[in-house]
Design a binder for this molecule. Structure first.
Ligand SMILES: Cc1ncc(COP(=O)(O)O)c(C=O)c1O
Length: 344
């Protein structure tokens, strides 16, 4: 299994610091999560029902014609290559790199030839590809593709029987840039997540948007009851809470800018970012990651390229601790790839 952020128990054990003392900046989850409602007992007791309104609410929030709720977008990431199973050894799958590593892992594991592509290589390579997979905005680089460009690439791929898949897990702060609205078109698949913007990663809810025929095949592959009853209740309420969403959009943007300013002031200017994280390329990433960890602050370390991702502190006390840790950084040690963890 690939390495990801959020392993607080592991960090607590490794650095010998009690769990409660840690600040987790290793994920890109909203630290001020959507507030949980009371969940009716029936949601735990009865089997989940597909026609409870979740599809409709999601179609409205994401402005899309058809959707399939799944157990986190991760469930779809693992399943998608199976729906392209015909001619798998011949299909060429271009995947943005670096990006959320589970995509390339899933396609390779299913037997496909994966071509890792930097953002500026896609245009010239497009003619060689059958499937193009983009993360937009990208994690961890924060790179953004414009919808018009993605739609143009989609047209080119579809003209040759190909497909475009866009993982929009970090799109909720900029809904106007989403391609979900266009997924009634053949060969376009969009993934969304309730984990990041809503801060509900533990609920394991995500959505796939595509043509109905594609969604039926995916639903068939995933089997019945992919999402638990309580998670469906939460998703329906969170997706309808427009006031909270508007406040979160504004608040996250401000906090992310504050984080970018703080990192810049302390000599770690971000290379990129989104409303939920900032990402800094630095040759000292490994050393900085460890220095923070010794102060019970968990960051996300990447080796390719050597870099760190910082999520948003949850409250003023966490901001103060981050600022203090940044002030006390010692840049003497160099990054050693051998010591860095596997990127993901
Ligand atoms: C870009 C991206 N897509 C998808 C996922 C999976 O998220 P989830 O399964 O919680 O929806 C992640 C998780 O970190 C991610 O970073």
């Amino acid at each position: 299994m690939l390495e990801h952020g959020g392993n607080l128990h592991h960090a607590a054990q490794r650095y010998g610091i009690p769990l409660q003392q840690w600040i987790d900046l290793s994920t890109g989850l909203n630290p001020q999560a959507w507030p949980m409602p009371d969940i009716p007992a029936s949601a735990w007791q009865r089997l989940p029902e597909d026609d409870d309104g979740l599809d409709k609410v999601a179609q409205h929030y994401y402005a899309a014609a058809s959707c399939l709720p799944v157990a986190g977008s991760q469930a779809a990431i693992q399943a998608l290559p199976q729906l392209f199973a015909l001619n798998r050894t011949q299909l060429r799958v271009g995947i943005l790199s670096p990006a959320y590593a589970e995509h390339a892992y899933a396609w390779r594991r299913a037997g496909f030839k994966v071509v890792p592509l930097a953002a500026d290589e896609i245009e010239t390579q497009l003619n060689q590809l059958d499937v193009l997979l983009i993360v937009n905005p990208n994690n961890p680089t924060g790179y953004r593709f414009e919808p018009a460009q993605l739609l143009r690439w989609h047209q080119q791929l579809v003209a040759r029987g190909g497909s475009l898949i866009v993982d929009e897990a970090f799109m909720d702060s900029t809904p106007e840039k989403s391609l979900a609205t266009y997924t009634d078109q053949k060969g376009l698949v969009v993934l969304r997540s309730l984990g990041k913007f809503f801060g509900l990663a533990g609920a394991r809810v995500g959505f796939v948007f595509a043509e109905p025929d594609f969604l039926h095949r995916l639903a068939d592959f995933l089997g019945p009851w992919p999402i638990s009853g309580p998670s469906r209740v939460i998703a329906i309420a969170a997706l309808q809470d427009r006031d909270w969403q508007a406040r979160a959009r504004k608040g996250l943007q401000q906090q992310s800018q504050r984080l970018a300013r703080l990192l810049t002031d302390k000599g770690l200017p971000p290379t990129g970012g989104t409303a939920l994280f900032q990402w800094a390329e630095t040759a000292h990433a490994e050393s900085i990651h460890r220095q923070f960890a010794r102060q019970a602050i968990l960051t996300r370390l990447f080796t390719q390229p050597c870099s760190l991702r910082f999520g948003l502190p949850a409250d003023e006390q966490q901001w103060q601790r981050l600022e203090k840790a940044l002030t006390e950084l010692n840049y003497m040690n160099d990054c050693s790839d051998a010591l860095c963890e596997v990127a993901g």
